[in-house]
Design a protein around this ligand. Structure first.
Ligand code: ATP
Length: 210
């Protein structure tokens, strides 16, 4: 059995008094996970918790060493997150955002220029994001999730607004980053995710392996 990449220990998240997540222990070995569950089950909440973006009780560790609680900055460099509906200040260009991410996350596994070309965003990357369609914005946000040298990449609803030509490109990147760089993925989607071989399900307040 491979060592876990992500370990959730006594993780609890409540909005006001309502408990949304209550996970005693969950260990994710290296892999590509597809997080399933009906509307309102808690998938986005789980992603935000795992990304260290919202307050929660308990602790999450990367590689059993970097703690979301004790080393939040280092933790966030190791866990990248792409939101379901990304929002950025409209006056910034795609290039501004890419430069900012590279500055904070450091050099990536792959050259950003070739990834931009691969995802087909190089033709509009110098325009302000206020001029992007929702699909153009989505592609940019997905690309930003591949910056730096993360151990885990969380993709919340990556397929929404993505055109049919771009879906296999995303799967290729997921496969490459998993196989070549050992990145673990956790993907939420209401559509079948062919790249996701291991299924996780949000059941009640817990995440279980199917
Ligand atoms: N900021 C918030 N404040 C209060 N309640 C919230 C907040 N965000 C989410 N919730 C509630 O938490 C529950 C889980 O929401 P979440 O967005 O995680 O579900 P989801 O599984 O991602 O749903 P969907 O499939 O519709 O995207 C829902 O009942 C929702 O109303």
């Amino acid at each position: 059995m491979a060592a876990p990449v992500l370990t959730l220990h006594h993780v609890q998240k409540a909005y006001q008094e309502r408990v949304i997540l209550d996970i005693t222990q969950l260990e994710l070995e290296p892999g590509v996970y597809w997080l399933l569950g009906p509307n309102g089950a808690g998938k986005t909440t789980s992603m935000k918790v795992m990304a260290g973006l919202i307050p929660f009780q308990g602790e999450i560790k990367v590689d059993n060493s970097v703690s979301s609680r004790q080393s939040p900055v280092q933790y966030r460099r190791l866990v990248n997150y792409a939101e379901a509906e990304p929002l950025y200040p409209g006056f910034l260009t795609g290039s501004d955002l890419i430069s900012l991410y590279i500055k904070t996350k450091g050099e990536g596994y792959r050259d950003m220029g070739s990834m931009m070309k691969f995802m087909g965003i190089e033709s509009y990357v110098h325009q302000p994001v206020s001029s992007y369609s929702s699909g153009m914005l989505k592609k940019l946000s997905l690309l930003l999730a591949f910056t730096g040298k993360p151990r885990v990449i969380l993709l919340d609803e990556p397929l929404i607004t993505l055109d049919t030509q771009s879906v296999p490109l995303l799967y290729t990147l997921v496969e490459e980053f998993h196989q070549q760089y050992g990145v673990t993925f956790c993907i939420t989607s209401h559509q079948a995710v062919t790249a996701g071989s291991i299924q996780l399900e949000v059941q009640g307040t817990t995440i279980v392996k199917r």
